[in-house]
Design a protein around this ligand. Structure first.
Ligand SMILES: [Zn+2]
Ligand SMILES: [Zn+2]
Length: 93
């Protein structure tokens, strides 16, 4: 398959809700098959590692906006930024 064909398939899967596209600022897009459970991601600023975070504290959608502008919100997309354990320990040596 060509790269373009792969992207076309991924786009179709994303539109169908079968995969989720995640693209932290400054990173290439990634796709994951874990969808629909309102989980979030933690991203390492140093090496770009991404890990899943099951949920923010509280009930889904985890974050209640101070003003929802009348929208019915069912998902909050949260990206936590920081440094992964590997980068934290290598920096402290
Ligand atoms: Zn790291
Ligand atoms: Zn995930």
């Amino acid at each position: 398959m060509s790269t373009q064909a792969i992207y076309d398939v991924l786009r179709a899967l994303t539109a169908a809700g079968l995969v989720r596209r995640i693209q932290p600022a400054g990173s290439v897009a990634r796709y994951e098959s874990r969808v629909g459970d309102n989980h979030h991601h933690v991203v390492c600023r140093s090496c770009g590692a991404i890990a899943d975070v099951d949920c923010a504290v509280g009930e889904p959608p985890c974050l209640t906006p101070s003003d929802d502008r009348g929208y019915v919100i069912d998902e909050a997309e949260v990206v936590y930024w920081g440094r992964c354990p590997a980068c934290t320990s290598s920096a402290s040596i």
